[in-house]
Every structure is written in C-alpha cells, then in structure tokens.
Design a protein around this ligand. Structure first.
Ligand SMILES: [Zn+2]
Length: 321
C-alpha cells in the first residue's frame, strides 16, 4: 500500500515532466522572432568587421543572456578580398542538466546555426531582413524556448552558433565567404571537439512570406526527422527536397563527416529577385514563416528515434536513387 501510494505521484510527476519536455515547440513565439528581425533591420547593413555587426552581436547576446543562455565569442582574423577582417562567431550554450556533468555521461553536442552577417554591398542599402536577419532571429527565439524547457535533444547538449562572415565579398573561395563555419570546424578539429558533435542543422533565408524550405543534399536521418516533424504539425507542404546542392555554412561540417543539414528557402521573390538586393526588407518577412521553421525544428528535436516513420513515407530523394 505504501509503495503504491508513492508510485502513483511519482508516475504522475514523470509523465508531467515527459509531457512538458515533448511539447516545448508550442512555446515558439513568432511575434518575438519577428521583433528580432525588425531590430536587426533597424541596425542597418551589418557586414563583417563593421560597427553595425558589433551592435548586432550586442543585441543577440543580450537577448540570449535574458533567456538564460551562456554566450562566448570565438574571435579570429582572416584575409578577405577587402583586406584582413576580424570575425566573431557567437556560441550560445543552452543550460544543461546536472547529469551532463557526470563523468560517464559525456553527451554529444547538437549544433543549430545561422549566419548573422549581411553581404557587403556598398552600392546599395542592403539590410538583409531575410538573408542574415530571419534565421538569426529565429535561432534566438528557439534558444529562449529550448532554455526554458532545458531541452536535451536526442540526449545531446544543445548549442546555437551564430556564424560571422558567411557572405562572400566577391565569390566563394578558400579566402572568401564561409569564414565563421570554416574557422569553427578547423578549431574543433584541432581540439578534438569535432568528434563530439552529433550533428549540425543550419537555417538560412527562412522568413519569406511565400515560404518553401528546401532540404539540399544532407544527412538522410536529419532529413527524415525534419519531414516527420513537419508532417506531424501539418506543415509538410512547406518543405521539399532541393534539386541542387547549395553552398552554405553546413558545407565545412559535411566535408568532415559531421551529419549536417541546411534548411533554406532559395526562392525569395519572383525568380529569387529579392536575394542580395535592396528589396530584402522587412515587408517581405512573415511571422508565420518563422513559426513554421521554428516549430518544425523544435518538434524534430523533441522527437525520439522510436517515434519516427521511415524516410520512404516522404517521397523519393532525387540525390539518392
Ligand atoms: Zn546571402
């Protein structure tokens, strides 16, 4: 009798904790995310090495601190076609559980990422509401939700990375573009941290009011998780396979064998006409688009392996016959 009396509340408590843990995606607030995009756009053009990108870092860091995340800076100099530039990646750690520190646990780290620089385009006023703004803003809101829920996706620690220097000054080359992600991977390889990365999921250009997120060639397990999460939320029609490869901050990770996936809507305006133009402004961004991506990603992080349907349910992948 005594043990049954104790067991019932314990079972209830465990069920309540499990339930709350698996429903954190509901807390994603698209109006908060949109307010972050607005703030970033108000700062103006935010190219690497500018005073404006430093103000961007201060804004992102302040919001992440408020949500309870620890933020550290990874600072480095690299040559570019504009001369040497100081770049800064922001690495935000979602607060963990005391069990993370047990010596035999050593959980791996899941990385969610976005770039936060805007392309250097001195001839126009390029504010990057979608390209640089939307994904960084959504990541901040995901961080708030994840921290409140103490999310431990797939048994992993969770870190958010805001990459500097994604944009190329001229064209992508070993000395132009993807500076933040390439440096992060190089460092992680040197310190051995790369082996402890479970996966990287990258967001880019996800605010378009006419949202169609592409999943370029990526890790099939991650792809399956995103499609499954989107389907379970009734948002599946917003996600599809990309017909072509896209070079972005996930590439340096994939090249080292880290499971990596890029979620990008590379059809921004009529025939992508607003991409890298003065037209990439706040009026093109819709809170609902940020919500679709934010909730789908959080839902995917909260879905354990056993709950996943097979990939064949989501149609054929043109890259994998
Ligand atoms: Zn861009």
């Amino acid at each position: 009798m005594t043990s049954r009396l104790l067991a019932a509340p314990l079972a209830f408590l465990l069920a309540a904790v499990a339930c709350r843990g698996s429903e954190a995606w509901r807390a994603f607030d698209s109006e908060r995310a949109l307010a972050h995009v607005r703030k970033l756009v108000e700062i103006g053009p935010r190219p690497s090495g500018s005073p404006e990108i430093e103000r961007t870092r201060e804004y992102l860091t302040a919001r992440l601190h408020e949500a309870g995340l620890k933020v550290r800076r990874q600072t480095f100099m690299e040559p570019t076609p504009r001369g040497p530039i100081e770049f800064v990646n922001l690495i935000a750690e979602v607060p963990g559980r005391w069990t993370d520190h047990l010596p035999w646990r050593r959980p791996k780290t899941l990385l969610l990422a976005s770039h936060y620089d805007t392309k250097w385009m001195p001839e126009i006023r390029f504010v990057g509401a979608n390209d640089g703004g939307s994904s960084a803003a959504t990541l901040v809101e995901i961080g708030r939700v994840a921290a409140a829920a103490r999310l431990r996706p797939w048994g992993c620690r969770l870190e958010l990375i805001f990459f500097d220097g994604e944009e190329a000054v001229r064209a992508y080359s070993p000395e132009d573009g993807l500076h933040g992600s390439r440096y992060f991977v190089r460092r992680a390889k040197k310190t051995g941290a790369l082996d402890r990365i479970r996966a990287l999921i990258l967001l880019d250009m996800i605010g378009d009011r006419d949202l169609s997120v592409l999943l370029p060639r990526g890790d099939p397990d991650l792809t399956r998780r995103i499609f499954a999460a989107a389907a379970s939320l009734g948002m599946r029609e917003n996600f599809r396979y990309s017909p072509s490869e896209i070079l972005d901050d996930h590439a340096p990770f994939a090249a080292e064998g880290v499971p990596a996936l890029n979620l990008i809507d590379f059809d921004y305006g009529p025939s992508n006409a607003w991409w890298h133009t003065a037209e990439d402004t706040l009026d093109k961004i819709r809170a609902r688009s940020l919500e679709i991506v934010g909730k789908t990603l959080l839902k995917a992080l909260e879905t354990e392996d056993g709950a996943l349907p097979s990939i064949s349910k989501f149609g054929s992948d043109p890259h994998r016959p």
